[in-house]
Structure formats: structure tokens, C-alpha cells
Design a protein around this ligand. Structure first.
Ligand SMILES: Nc1ncnc2c1ncn2[C@@H]1O[C@H](COP(=O)(O)OP(=O)(O)O)[C@@H](O)[C@H]1O
Ligand SMILES: [Mg+2]
Length: 247
């Protein structure tokens, strides 16, 4: 398969071929009540199209902040991030929003469904934002894929946590993004439900070659990803490595 071939060949640090996300020396500091707080320091990583990549680390180590930067939701204090070859620091917020809509899907720990909309309406939302007229049909297909067709008229409050997260996953992939970010997607779920939700995420990665960037503090979940880095106080303590590349 071409997916395996590209994952096993080449030097990850040279050339942009197949690199979907490239972060170089990314730092983020904020002004707190006690002066400057360095949340992230010189984080570099590269993720190739079709890969699964885990960001692990203790609570407060900077994982969510990093995800927000990589997705172009927030801007770094210094450093460089390119998403599909687009340097995020060189484009304005409108262009970043456009890039996110086309390229990116999100799954959050706390689901983030809109309570006043049904499951189906929640899933339709990204397509409606794109002005597509097949939103309802596509949303039904996506809900079918997460085995929730029977719940499509339910409101989030009428769904279990696992069901809400499956709706959120359907919403995240309904517009076929090339890159899916998931921030502790199983953090609020029991083990069995969490397993079902992570199986869904990895099946998107395997079956559709959707690049998956997963934040978790569950080592077992991280181990299902092809690569992982660990953050400790905003620094990478385990450098990302591509398989079959000599040190
Ligand atoms: N906007 C902010 N202002 C001040 N401190 C922040 C802000 N965002 C995050 N932090 C702090 O940065 C650290 C990392 O936060 P976060 O990225 O949420 O970590 P994680 O997701 O790994 O738990 C925490 O100490 C948090 O309190
Ligand atoms: Mg977090």
C-alpha cells in the first residue's frame, strides 16, 4: 500500500513531501499575575499525511495549548507552523478559519455539542457553514457510520456520554477533513465506551487515511498511534521519530 510505503521511507526532517503539519520551535507565553508564564518552549514536530500521532503528558503540560496552536485556533509567541504548506503566521484570521473549515475536524473531551440542536443538526453544522445543500444527507450517512441513525432526532441531553462523543466524531468527519484533532476524546468516558470511541477514530485513520493527532494521558491509547511525543512542562521530552529511520 502506498500509505505504508510513504510512512516507511524518507527522512522526516528533510523535504515537505507528504508533510501535512510542520511545527518548528513553537513557543507560547502569556502574562499572568506573577509575570510571564511559559506554557510551551521550542516544540518541534512533523506529521505526515495519513499518520496517527499522539501527544501525551501530565495535566497542565501544555497539550491543549499545543493542539490549539497546531490547528491555527491560537497563535504562537514565536516559532513557525505550516498546515498543508500554509504558514499560519503569514495568513490572517479569516484565511486561517477558511483553512480550518476545509482541512480540519475537532473532537473534544467534553463533546461540545450545541444543546439546542438535535444530533443530526449538530452534524450538519460544518456543511451548512460551507453552504452545501447536501448537509442533511451527509449528516445521516455520518451518523449511520457511528451507528446512531436511530438517535438522530435526539438532543444531546437525551444521549449518553458515549453517544454524544460519537455524534461529535460524526460532526468532526462529516466534511471529510484531512486532519482530525482529538483532545482527550475518551477522558470523560468509561473504559468500554472509550474503547468504542477510540476504535472509531482509528478506523477513520485506517480506512480514510485521515491524519489523526490525538492528545491523551492514556498510554494504551497513545500506543495505538504510529508515533508519539511526550510534553513535560511545555517541552518535548521524547523526540518524535519516524519508523525505520536511522538515528
Ligand atoms: N490563556 C492562558 N492563560 C494563562 N495560563 C494558561 C492559559 N492557557 C493555559 N494556561 C496554563 O498553561 C498550562 C498548560 O495548559 P494546557 O495546555 O491546558 O495543559 P494540558 O492540556 O496538558 O492539561 C497550565 O498550567 C494552564 O493553567
Ligand atoms: Mg488539556
Amino acid at each position: 500500500m502506498s500509505g505504508n510505503a510513504s510512512a516507511l521511507s524518507g527522512n522526516p526532517s528533510s523535504g515537505a513531501k507528504g508533510v501535512l503539519l510542520d511545527a518548528v520551535d513553537v513557543s507560547k507565553s502569556v502574562q499572568g499575575p506573577e509575570g510571564q508564564l511559559d506554557i510551551l518552549t521550542a516544540v518541534s514536530l512533523q506529521v505526515r499525511e495519513g499518520e496517527s500521532f499522539a501527544i501525551v503528558g501530565a495535566s497542565g503540560s501544555g497539550k491543549t495549548t499545543l493542539l490549539g496552536l497546531l490547528a491555527g485556533l491560537d497563535t504562537p509567541s514565536s516559532g513557525h507552523i505550516a498546515l498543508d504548506g500554509n504558514a499560519l503566521e503569514r495568513i490572517d484570521e479569516e484565511a486561517r478559519a477558511d483553512l480550518r473549515r476545509r482541512l480540519v475536524g475537532f473532537v473534544f473531551q467534553s463533546f461540545h455539542l450545541l444543546p439546542a440542536l438535535t444530533a443530526e443538526e449538530n452534524v450538519m453544522l460544518p456543511l451548512e457553514l460551507e453552504g452545501r445543500d447536501d448537509a442533511r444527507a451527509r449528516a445521516r450517512e455520518a451518523l449511520e457510520a457511528v451507528e446512531l441513525s436511530a438517535r438522530r432526532r435526539h438532543y444531546p441531553a437525551q444521549l449518553s456520554g458515549g453517544e454524544q462523543q460519537r455524534v461529535a466524531i460524526a460532526r468532526a468527519f462529516v466534511h471529510s477533513p484531512r486532519l482530525l484533532f482529538a483532545d482527550e476524546p475518551t477522558g470523560n468516558l468509561d473504559q468500554r465506551t472509550g474503547q468504542h470511541v477510540s476504535d472509531l477514530l482509528f478506523s477513520l485513520n485506517h480506512d480514510h487515511r485521515t491524519t489523526l493527532i490525538l492528545v491523551t494521558h492514556d498510554p494504551k491509547l497513545a500506543a495505538r498511534c504510529a508515533r508519539q511525543i511526550t510534553l513535560d512542562s511545555g517541552r518535548v521530552v521524547l523526540a518524535p521519530r519516524a519508523p525505520a529511520v536511522a538515528p
